[in-house]
Write a protein that binds this ligand. Structure first.
Ligand SMILES: O=C(O)CCC(=O)C(=O)O
Length: 257
């Protein structure tokens, strides 16, 4: 890479890190290859339809809103979704070089979904006795849409800066309108990196097409939390990864290899 290009990348990573630290999220525009996302969507759609057929009546994230684990079979899984150098560099610089990915899931509001209550994800504090202790970041969610996400199909809304505030104060600031919720529309290929403790909510999908937003969660290696379902990785997918990539993946291993 020529040094000007490297310098530009360095600048842009520094800006993105500043945004994550300051407002709790950043968006990398047109970042992931569209064809990989389109292939993922094509392969995932029958899986999603079968899931909705079986579980449509038991929405688990509010009315007409589902979370389900993503498959690890390509092309639903692509190494680029987990090991993109620029994303990993940002995630590692916000946390550390030993981060692992431990969740791979999809949030799907359908027609009929509503505004969620404003909330944070993974809200259990590290130290129960000090819930408002300000700590360095130990988890980040990296998300991208399998479809274009605009105001008609329910973009996530995030309240900037609230990951750094005491929870009650943050909720009060959002409820009073002192801090506004910002919708985050995403084109196919855009990537949202967010601190799960920035207050946010899902918004209604008013279209007939499921709004699929997939997420890889990265955590510091010592952090454990299995509050969301994850699928296991099959042998073929596992063996196609380099040993360096395997070190980043903390998921159940289907064949116990
Ligand atoms: O899917 C979304 O836009 C947000 C969903 C969410 O925050 C949740 O279900 O906890």
């Amino acid at each position: 890479m020529v040094s000007q290009e490297k310098e530009d990348l360095e600048m842009s990573a520094a800006d993105r890190i500043g945004e994550i630290q300051g407002r709790g999220y950043c968006v990398l525009k047109a970042h992931l290859p569209r064809h990989l996302i389109e292939e993922c969507r094509e392969a995932f759609w029958p899986v999603l339809m079968a899931y909705l057929e079986a579980h449509g009546h038991e929405a688990n994230r509010g009315p007409y809103r589902h979370f389900l684990p993503m498959p690890f079979e390509p092309p639903c899984f692509a190494p680029e979704f987990f090991f993109d150098p620029e994303i990993l560099s940002i995630v590692r610089r916000v946390m550390d070089d030993r981060v692992v990915a431990d969740q791979w899931g999809c949030d799907v509001p359908l027609r009929g979904s509503e505004y969620q209550d404003v909330h944070v994800d993974y809200r259990r504090p590290l130290f129960e006795e000090l819930p408002n202790l300000q700590l360095p970041t130990y988890m980040l969610a990296v998300s991208f849409g399998l479809v274009r996400i605009g105001k008609e199909n329910g973009p996530i809304e995030i309240a900037p800066g609230t990951h750094r505030m005491a929870r009650a104060e943050a909720l009060q600031a959002v409820r009073s309108g002192k801090i506004g919720l910002q919708p985050v529309p995403l084109e196919v290929g855009d990537v949202l990196i967010r601190h799960p403790w920035a207050l946010h909510r899902g918004t209604p999908n008013n279209t007939g097409t499921p709004r699929a937003l997939v997420t890889v969660r990265y955590v510091r290696r010592w952090y454990m939390d299995d509050s969301r379902d994850a699928n296991s990785i099959g042998r073929a997918t596992w063996e196609a990864l380099t040993s360096e990539q395997q070190c980043v993946m903390r998921f159940p291993n289907r064949d116990g290899q």
